[in-house]
Design a protein around this ligand. Structure first.
Ligand code: FES
Ligand code: FES
Length: 159
């Protein structure tokens, strides 16, 4: 018999209680238990960035994070980025305007990384954006548009 534990997660401002095995990752808890499937599973090994979410405002890879590790901390997923009235976050809007995706599978992770990258002050140039977004892979090769979107959003945030 597998042991279960109760954990409390605060996701996008809402509290959730889950009965899960201690080894369940945050990624699986989000997708399989809470139906928050905007966070994508790519490699499940910390290599692609598709599962990027924020914990207390910092980006983390949800596939390498146990759900139990982030109990009591503020978790933000792509579903929590837009305002309640549906107004898109400035980074989401920039991705749309710059056509910064093709299949879209990597996009939630790219956007979560971009928000953190801008907040960290690492979006000052295309080179810096490429460096600090390097953990987010895009198999469609949409990188030039992604960089343009991050640059646009960074300028808008700064103005
Ligand atoms: S699914 Fe987490 S880094 Fe690829
Ligand atoms: S848009 Fe297809 S993987 Fe990035």
């Amino acid at each position: 018999m597998t042991s279960q534990t109760t954990i409390h997660l605060t996701i996008n401002g809402h509290d959730h209680s889950l009965e899960i095995e201690p080894r369940v990752t945050l990624l699986d808890a989000l997708r399989d238990r809470l139906d928050l499937t905007g966070t994508k599973k790519g490699c499940d090994q910390g290599q692609c960035g598709a599962c990027t979410v924020h914990v207390d405002g910092e980006r983390v890879l949800a596939c390498l994070t146990l759900a139990a590790q982030v109990e009591g901390r503020a978790i933000t997923t792509i579903e929590g980025l837009a305002q309640e009235d549906g107004t898109l976050h400035v980074v989401q809007a920039a991705f749309l305007q710059q056509d910064a995706f093709q299949c879209g599978y990597c996009t939630p992770g790219q956007i979560m990384s971009a928000v953190a990258c801008i907040r960290e002050g690492h979006a000052g140039s295309d080179e810096e954006i490429r460096e600090y977004m390097a953990g987010n892979l895009c198999r469609c090769g949409a990188y030039p548009h992604i960089v343009a979107a991050v640059r646009q959003a960074a300028l808008e945030v700064a103005s």
